[in-house]
Design a protein around this ligand. Structure first.
Ligand code: FES
Length: 131
């Protein structure tokens, strides 16, 4: 069996939503200390919806595919849904990642979380009530 699914290869070769949003409402940057890969997410949020999302990833193919897929999964969705996005969902949408590459999808989850935290810091009135 091939190491990577066709979807991983597709998103790696033709990543969706690559770039920068100049007037982003939330920006998140995370890295993995072990491999040194870095992922940056930009969110444009309007009416509690992810109106636009872009990313820059300096990392391995799985990290690029994961960020690309993650942006596809949250684009146009309510912010509440983006909050719930897990790395497992990203990996599943890619038809799986090898075990030792799962941490690449974790980076995508963390980058989105971090961008949302940044958004809530700038817009505390939008932050979900703490339980
Ligand atoms: Fe570290 Fe992929 S090898 S993010």
């Amino acid at each position: 069996m091939a190491l990577y699914s066709e979807k991983v290869m597709d998103h790696f070769r033709n990543p969706r939503n690559v770039g920068v949003i100049e007037d982003a409402d939330g920006i998140g940057e995370v890295g993995n200390a072990k491999c040194g890969d870095i992922m940056k997410m930009y969110l444009k949020i309007k009416d509690d919806t992810i109106e636009d999302v872009k990313f820059e990833t300096f990392g391995c193919g799985s990290a690029i595919a994961s960020s690309s897929m993650a942006t596809e999964l949250i684009k146009g969705k309510p912010v509440a849904d983006a909050m719930q996005l897990t790395n497992k969902a990203v990996a599943e949408a890619l038809d799986g990642l090898p075990d030792y590459k799962m941490h690449c999808s974790v980076l995508a989850e963390e980058a989105i979380q971090s961008a949302l935290e940044d958004y809530y810091k700038k817009h505390p009135e939008k932050a979900p009530a703490k339980e």
